[in-house]
Every structure is written in C-alpha cells, then in structure tokens.
Design a protein around this ligand. Structure first.
Ligand code: ACO
Length: 391
C-alpha cells in the first residue's frame, strides 16, 4: 500500500511574518483604512472626519456628531432637524421589551445586561438580517436612538422603579438624564452630558471598535457587531476603567490620603486606572476638556473634594510615572456628579460610542475583506497520540 500507511511526514509550520515584541498587542499595527477618525498620538490630536475634537466639543451637539460619523459630513440645518426628529421618534422601547427586563437578575453588572439587551433589540427588528447599506444605516439610527432608553430603563427596572417615557422636547443628552432620573436636568448638567457624548463618540481602531469590525468582516449582522463591541468595551483596560477610577477616588476619600495611596499602589506595581494610553504618549486631548467640565460640576455638597482628589492623583501619577490621564479619568467624576450610578459608567460609554461603532460597521461592510490574522505558533508539534487509557 502506498501513501496512507506510510510513516507520517513531519508537519511543516507555515511561514508567518514574525511579530516583533514591539508589536505585541498589535501596537502600531495598521489593520485597515478608515476615513472616520484620526488620532495623532504624539501631537495629542483627535479628528472626526476632518474636524478637530476641540471645535466639535465647543460647538457641536451629539446629534451633529452622530450625523457626521454616519453620513460623512456635518449636517445642514434641515438635515439636522430631520435627523434629530428621526432619533426622537424612535426613542421609545417596545412594551414587551421593557416587560421582559423584569426577568433579568437585578444583581448582574449592567454591562452584561446591556450586552444582552442590545442584542435583544434585534428580536423587534423584522429586517435584522437585511445586509444592504440603507437598511443597516436605518437600523444604526434606531439603535442610537434607543440606547439611552435601554440603559435608563434597566437602571429603573433593577431598582423596582417605573420606567420614564422619553420626551421629544429634549435633545439626546438631556432626554437620557430625564429618563434615568425622572427629573429634567439643569442647563449645566445637560451641557456636561452633551460634552461627554461628543468626546467619546469615536476613537479609531480601539479594542471595541476593532471587535465590531472583525464581526462585521464576517458579514454578520449589525446587532452582532454592536454586541461584540460592548463585550470588548466592558474590560477594565478599556471602557471598564471609568468605573474603577471612581472606586479608587472613593477609596482614597481625602486629598490628604492621595500620596500614601499612590505610594502603596506604585510599590505593589498596581495599574492606576484612568492613566496611560496605547496611542497618546503626551496627552489625551479629551482629558483637559473633561477635566474643565468636571471641575464645574463637582460642586454638589459631598462631591467638592472629589475634584481635588483627582487633581492630586493626576499631579502625582504624571510626575512619578510620566503617564498622562486618559478619557476615563475625568469622565469618572463628571458622571458621578451627574448622579450616574457607578456601575452604569461603562454603559454611559456605550451610549456615546455606539455612534462610532455604527459608522465603523457601515464602513467595514461597504468595502469588506474578512479580517483574519495569523498567530505565531509557539506550541508543540508531532506529539505521538497517547490513547486515553494510557494517559
Ligand atoms: N498605571 C501604572 N503603570 C502603567 C499604567 C497605569 N495606568 N499604564 C501603563 N503603565 C506602565 C506599564 O506597567 C508598563 O510599564 P513597564 O514597561 O515597566 O512594564 C508601561 O507603562 C507600558 O504600559 P502597557 O500596559 O504595556 O501599555 P499598553 O499600551 O499595553 O496599555 C493601557 C495601555 C491598557 C491603557 C494601560 O495604560 C492601562 O492599563 N491603563 C489603565 C487602564 C485604563 O485606564 N484603561 C482605559 C484606557 S482608555 C480607553 O480604553 C477608553
């Protein structure tokens, strides 16, 4: 007999371009083209579709930014009105969707719940599997509109409170706070929420966006793309850091305790949440904008010392570790001052970033090639198989 009964040939390992240790974690690896967002990490610049984040933060609403990301241009007045009306008309959730929330265990982390609820929105979309651009775009607008209702409703349901219907006289940011608290926010709170939503809307190929694009590249549906992204955002090295930052600030408790706390953390080689960034080496340009707003709204009785604690932490981490604060650091005190429950901080990130993920999903699908990298194999080869009874 030939072939089949021959001694097995040794396996040849296919040649894979070796990733140098400098590229561990895909650092500095360009994984595709995109016209959505540009980051210049050395000059601390962040650009959405050509527009600087500083200008957008100063002058644009979240609705304008979401339009810019999805439609590739700033909206004219009539386009913005029509887009805002579309968002407003789709804010409410199906009654059955809200009723089903009551069967979810209340003690789960809201990011786990959100991962499931965003996926479950597809049950109410009869065209969920339709993959053409227009239908995905319509779906993206609807999900961006519904995300605030999902987060606010879950927070109220888990606390045994009645959900609050959306209001069409409020913009996206203010309406979210209304649905969460059942109280109309004042002008400063609305402004702070708006700023947060604008600043976090997109950020190139961060881990969650990359996860979204990998899923999109298999030509899987929009909801699967968003669900993949939410799962990736949840981790404390990414979006989950904002919750950890606030826990650290509360643990520190007093400005006078900061030095001792950090000395111990450095000695134990602990990561200080809200510091460091894969791309920004000098400064995260979102951080000073969030810091400024955070200082303005940390004025509620009981919160006054929070901002001072953050300033002191920033001062020491920057001087000792030479690490700049990232977007999650001053977001934490801003969200806390808005009365957002701490475990809802990362869902707040979703509220904004779902606009960027949607733009990336659409861009990936529009010029797709399956994202399928290789691994450098470091395991064994040619091991003789040992029958179960002999192991
Ligand atoms: N605290 C203390 N040391 C740090 C921190 C930190 N926050 N961040 C980086 N370092 C140190 C590392 O220990 C490492 O030191 P070493 O070279 O002596 O080992 C060096 O700086 C390089 O850090 P890496 O972790 O290799 O950097 P990487 O680019 O892989 O990670 C990351 C970036 C994950 C953001 C990291 O800085 C970190 O863990 N930060 C804290 C978590 C955080 O704030 N995440 C949110 C990031 S922003 C966002 O995703 C929305």
């Amino acid at each position: 007999m030939t072939g089949l009964m021959d001694t097995p040939k040794p396996i040849t390992v296919p040649t894979v371009a070796k990733s140098s240790p400098a590229h561990a974690g895909l650092e500095d690896t360009v994984a595709g083209e995109s016209s959505i967002c540009f980051i210049d990490g050395h000059r601390s610049r962040l650009i959405y579709r050509g527009y600087s984040i500083d200008d957008l933060a100063k002058s644009a609403t979240f609705e304008e930014v979401a339009y810019l990301l999805l439609f590739k241009k700033l909206p004219a007045q009539s386009e913005l009105k029509s887009f805002s009306d579309q968002l407003k008309s789709q804010r409410a959730l199906p009654n059955q969707f809200i009723e089903r929330m009551s069967s979810i265990p209340k003690e789960l982390h809201p990011m786990s719940v959100l991962r499931t609820l965003v996926s479950a929105l597809s049950f109410y979309d009869p065209d969920a599997e339709l993959m053409n651009h227009d239908s995905n775009l319509k779906r993206a607008v609807r999900v961006i509109a519904q995300a605030p209702a999902v987060i606010a409703a879950w927070d109220r349901v888990r606390k045994g409170k009645k959900t609050v219907d959306p209001r069409s006289d409020l913009n996206h940011a203010a309406n979210f706070l209304w649905m969460l608290h059942g109280k109309e926010p004042d002008a400063l709170f609305s402004q702070a929420m708006e700023l947060y939503l604008v600043l976090l809307a997109d950020h190139e190929l961060n881990a969650s966006t990359f996860a979204c694009r990998v899923t999109a590249s298999t030509l899987s549906d929009y909801y699967s793309g968003m669900t993949s992204a939410i799962g990736a955002l949840k981790g404390p090295l990414h979006g989950g850091a904002n919750e950890q930052v606030l826990k650290m600030i509360l643990e520190v408790g007093e400005v006078s305790h900061v030095e001792e706390y950090l000395k111990k953390a450095f000695a134990e080689k602990k990561k200080i949440m809200g510091f460091g960034h894969r791309v920004y080496k000098v400064m995260d340009p979102r951080s000073p904008l969030l810091k400024e707003m955070s200082e303005k709204i940390c004025v509620k009785p009981g919160n006054e010392n929070l901002f001072q604690i953050t300033e002191k932490i920033e001062e020491i981490v920057c001087s000792v570790k030479k690490l700049p604060s990232n977007v999650d650091f001053f977001s934490a005190t801003l969200l806390y001052s808005l009365g957002i429950p701490v475990d809802l901080f990362t869902p707040m990130f979703v509220l904004s970033r779902i606009s960027g993920w949607s733009a990336h999903y659409l861009e990936q699908i529009s010029d797709n090639r399956l994202l399928r990298p290789r691994a450098e194999y470091t395991g064994a080869l040619d091991l003789p198989f040992i029958p179960l009874e002999n192991r």
